[in-house]
Structure formats: structure tokens, C-alpha cells
Write a protein that binds this ligand. Structure first.
Ligand SMILES: Cc1cc2nc3c(=O)[nH]c(=O)nc-3n(C[C@H](O)[C@H](O)[C@H](O)COP(=O)(O)OP(=O)(O)OC[C@H]3O[C@@H](n4cnc5c(N)ncnc54)[C@H](O)[C@@H]3O)c2cc1C
Length: 428
């Protein structure tokens, strides 16, 4: 069950030495990490840097899940927005959490720089544009981020947004010069190589099938072997199976989609004139960016509780693109793919202990590139005793996902939010 990567833009450009061998014996480690997405890789890397013996088991390939197929946008914040967090946990704790999310952005930038990650190709700048009149609200948000976090954001009036995005759909925007976009699969591979360079072990094609005890330690049966370790971390994201029933009952797998256009640099330049990552400010809006030196667009959007991939996925996303940019009506789709994100009902990551020596680090939703970096760091700090910063996540425990009714409720909420976005645009 090595599991090849799904076909994506990232897989096509990856310098892939091929899969690592599966686990084939019983091995001992200080910590066993289950799941080789960015959550698991970050935990393993932070532990290896702290001198711990770490063994990571991945069911398929490193970065095979959401981590190797996402939009590649890295910006501060969580899937639950800042205002939601303030309502849920109060001003002070919400600020502490937001500071962590900023640390997560910096952690990824630092890794790319320190490890000189070829292929991650970071490009700085993120423009989020409103599809209705929102100048006052955007300026208020900019001011709050500057005042509370010393985080710079530029307000762009409509003319400036429309000079960058040649679309009648967009109004004002916020530009974050410190946010950036990357190739997340290249980044995932580089973290795995660094773990190994530091003495950690990474096994691919090694699904963890059972968790038991072994004296004072735990025993994880995976692949054709087992790992005996004092601490175990489950970091299996939207692909979490029945390994731990509490975890699988505490999240919903939510799908989202991405496509890559064919190369058409002149045509694309009539529409998009910025190398920045671009998102619209709807609840589940479009997110896109130029890749391949501006020759193609990588376009993402839609979220749904339907986990099987729709037929004609490329056409679905292409319609969103042409609705924003009618001049791109002849631009064809090259590849389209989907991936699963894990969402808890509170929309926040689940980071903390499940029991003695057993940890979880999951449910990063659609904002996982910065938050896996910080979630992973916090679990590693907890295991080494370096900090108890994970406690900031205590209010966001394992709440029941509601079963099939919960899934229907989430889909209904999403449709309601879409309707509100549509009404906002009509009112403009
Ligand atoms: C299409 C798409 C676009 C996105 N765009 C963005 C974006 O632009 N910016 C952003 O911040 N976030 C984005 N996200 C969200 C982000 O990608 C995720 O939040 C993040 O990658 C989650 O990382 P993870 O390690 O928790 O999970 P994953 O990356 O899904 O990794 C989980 C891993 O666990 C493995 N696994 C599962 N069960 C077992 C087992 N029993 N044993 C061993 N291994 C197992 C899986 O094979 C998988 O590799 C996007 C997500 C998708 C799907």
C-alpha cells in the first residue's frame, strides 16, 4: 500500500528519489509519529532537532495527503477567524493564539531559508480582495493587526486591486507583504530528508494499524513491523481512520479542489498582474496564484462534505475562474485534483494529550500551512518538557462531530454562508 501521489502540479515537478522502504521489523524509538503530512513531519523534525530518537510511519508517501496537494498559501490565522476566537475564549487567549499562528508563518519561512529548500520557491505577498464594498471593515482589520500584533497589512483601494486583478468582481483588498506561497510537496520532502539527516527514521507505505501497550511504553503496529516508543503522536489529518475512535468521531473530512491551467502567458497577463497569492474574502471563496513563471494559474476553491471527487472537476473550477475573469474563457485546464481537510466543529486544531504518552496533532482545516508548523512545535515542546504552550488549545478539545447529521449540518451551514456571500455581492 505504498500509494503513488495523486497527479498534481507539485508531483510533476518533484525531484522524487522514490518511496522509502516500509517498516519491516520491530524498532524502538523515543517517539513514534503516525502520519507524514506537515503536522507529523514538523513534530518529528522538532523532536530530532531536540535530540530525541524519532520514528515516523506514513501510510503512503510523505506529503501524500492535504500537505502535498494544497494551495501553498501561508498566512497568519486559523480556520476559525480572529473574531470567532475572541468570542469563544476572550481577547487575551485569542491574542495568544494569533501570536502562535504568526510564529507558524515564520517557522516555515525559517525552515525554507535555513535548509535552503530547492523547489519550495517561496514568493512573498498575499492579496485578499473583497467582492463587495468593504473599505471601512478592511481598514479596521488592518489597524487591529498593526496595533495588536505589529503585523503590517496594506489597504488597497479598488483602483489598485483592479490594476493587479483585471476583473470587475473585485472591490478593495488587503495586501500582506509577509505572507507567502510555496510548493508544499517540495517543502514536505525537504522536512523528511532533514529528519533523516538528524538521525530520525521515516517509513513510507507503513499504515499504523493498531496501538497497544508494551510495559510502560506503547507499541504501534505499522507496515510489516512495529514501533515501541514512550510517546506516540497521531497526526493523520483528514485521512484519520479507525486507529483511535475518539479522534475519528471528533472531526469531519471536508474536500476542497485545485486545478492547474494550461500554459498561456499572454492570455493570463490580461487577467492577473501580480505574483502574489490571491484570495477573495468569501467564506469559501476562490484562491489562486500564478505558477510556472506566470505561464499558468493554479486555481483552488469550493468546499464540500462530499468526499468522492466530482466528475468534470476541472470544469467546475474553470467556471469559477471564468466568472471572475471572462477574458479567460478559452483557457484550458491541464490537471485538477482534490484533497481532504480535517475540521473539528469548533474549526480549531486538536493539539494535546489523548492519554498518558499519547498525543494528537490534527484538524488544521483549510489553514494548515502555518498552523501545522506551530501545532507540531507545541507537541514536540510538550514531549521534551520544554513548554506547556499546547495548553492554549485546551478549550478546543475533541467535540463529537455529530455523525451523519453533523455532516448534513455542516453542508447546510456552508450553503447558508454561500447565500450570504451572494447577497452581499448583490447589495453592492
Ligand atoms: C486542496 C487543498 C488546498 C489547501 N490549501 C491550503 C492553503 O493554501 N493554505 C493552507 O494553510 N492550508 C491549505 N489547505 C489545508 C492544509 O493543506 C492542511 O490543513 C494540512 O496540510 C494538514 O496537514 P496534516 O499533516 O494534518 O494532514 P495531511 O497532510 O492530510 O497528512 C496526514 C497523513 O497521515 C497519513 N495517515 C493517515 N492514516 C494513517 C495511518 N493509520 N498510519 C500512517 N499514516 C496515516 C496520510 O496518508 C497522510 O499522508 C488545503 C488543503 C487542501 C486539501
Amino acid at each position: 500500500m505504498t500509494g503513488a501521489y495523486v497527479e498534481t502540479w507539485y508531483r510533476g515537478r518533484l525531484a522524487d528519489p522514490g518511496p522509502r522502504p516500509p517498516l519491516a521489523a520491530e524498532v524502538e524509538a523515543d517517539v513514534c509519529v503516525i502520519g507524514g503530512g506537515l503536522a507529523g513531519l514538523t513534530i518529528a523534525l522538532e523532536l530530532a532537532r531536540a535530540g530525541r530518537g524519532v520514528c515516523l510511519v506514513e501510510a503512503r508517501r510523505v506529503g501524500w495527503g492535504a500537505s502535498g496537494r494544497n494551495g501553498g498559501f501561508i498566512s497568519p490565522g486559523f480556520s476559525a477567524g480572529h473574531a470567532t476566537l475572541v468570542r469563544a475564549v476572550g481577547e487575551n487567549r485569542a491574542r495568544g493564539l494569533h501570536r502562535l499562528s504568526l510564529e507558524g508563518v515564520r517557522a516555515v519561512a525559517d525552515n525554507i531559508e535555513v535548509l535552503a529548500i530547492a523547489g519550495a520557491d517561496p514568493v512573498f505577498g498575499y492579496l485578499s480582495a473583497s467582492r463587495h464594498e468593504a473599505g471601512d471593515a478592511l481598514k479596521a482589520y488592518r489597524d487591529q493587526m498593526a496595533r495588536d500584533f505589529d503585523y503590517p497589512i496594506e489597504f488597497w483601494p479598488r483602483e489598485q486591486v483592479q490594476a493587479a486583478l483585471r476583473s470587475p468582481r473585485y472591490f478593495q483588498g488587503l495586501y500582506q507583504p509577509q505572507a507567502f506561497h510555496i510548493d508544499p510537496l517540495a517543502y514536505s520532502h525537504a522536512l523528511a530528508s532533514e529528519i533523516e539527516r538528524l538521525g530520525g527514521r521515516v517509513f513510507e507505505g507503513s499504515p499504523a494499524a493498531a496501538l497497544g501497550s508494551h510495559g510502560a511504553a506503547s507499541r504501534v503496529v505499522a507496515g510489516n513491523g512495529a514501533v515501541v516508543a514512550k510517546d506516540v503522536v497521531i497526526a493523520t489529518g483528514g485521512y484519520t481512520g479507525p486507529l483511535d475512535r475518539r479522534l475519528s468521531a471528533a472531526y469531519l473530512p471536508i474536500a476542497t479542489y485545485v486545478m492547474l491551467t494550461k500554459a498561456a502567458p499572454e492570455l493570463i497577463a490580461t487577467a492577473i498582474r501580480t505574483p502574489a497569492a490571491i484570495g477573495d474574502r468569501r467564506r469559501a471563496g476562490d484562491y489562486y496564484r500564478l505558477v510556472d513563471n506566470g505561464r499558468r494559474i493554479l486555481w483552488g476553491g469550493k468546499i464540500t462534505t462530499r468526499t468522492d471527487e466530482p466528475r468534470r472537476l476541472g470544469d467546475l473550477l474553470r467556471r469559477s475562474m471564468v466568472s471572475a475573469y471572462p477574458q479567460l474563457r478559452d483557457l484550458e485546464v491541464d490537471i485538477a485534483w482534490s484533497g481532504l481537510m480535517a475540521y473539528a466543529r469548533h474549526l480549531m486544531p486538536q493539539v494535546g494529550p489523548l492519554g498518558p504518552g499519547l498525543w494528537c496533532c490534527t484538524a488544521f482545516g483549510g489553514h494548515g500551512l502555518n498552523t501545522t508548523a506551530i501545532g507540531g512545535r507545541l507537541v514536540a515542546e510538550a514531549i521534551t518538557g520544554a513548554s506547556d504552550r499546547w495548553r492554549l488549545f485546551v478549550p478546543f478539545g475533541l467535540t463529537w462531530n455529530g455523525g451523519p447529521a453533523g455532516r448534513m449540518a455542516v453542508q447546510a451551514t456552508y450553503w447558508t454562508l454561500q447565500m450570504q456571500d451572494w447577497l452581499n455581492e448583490r447589495r453592492r
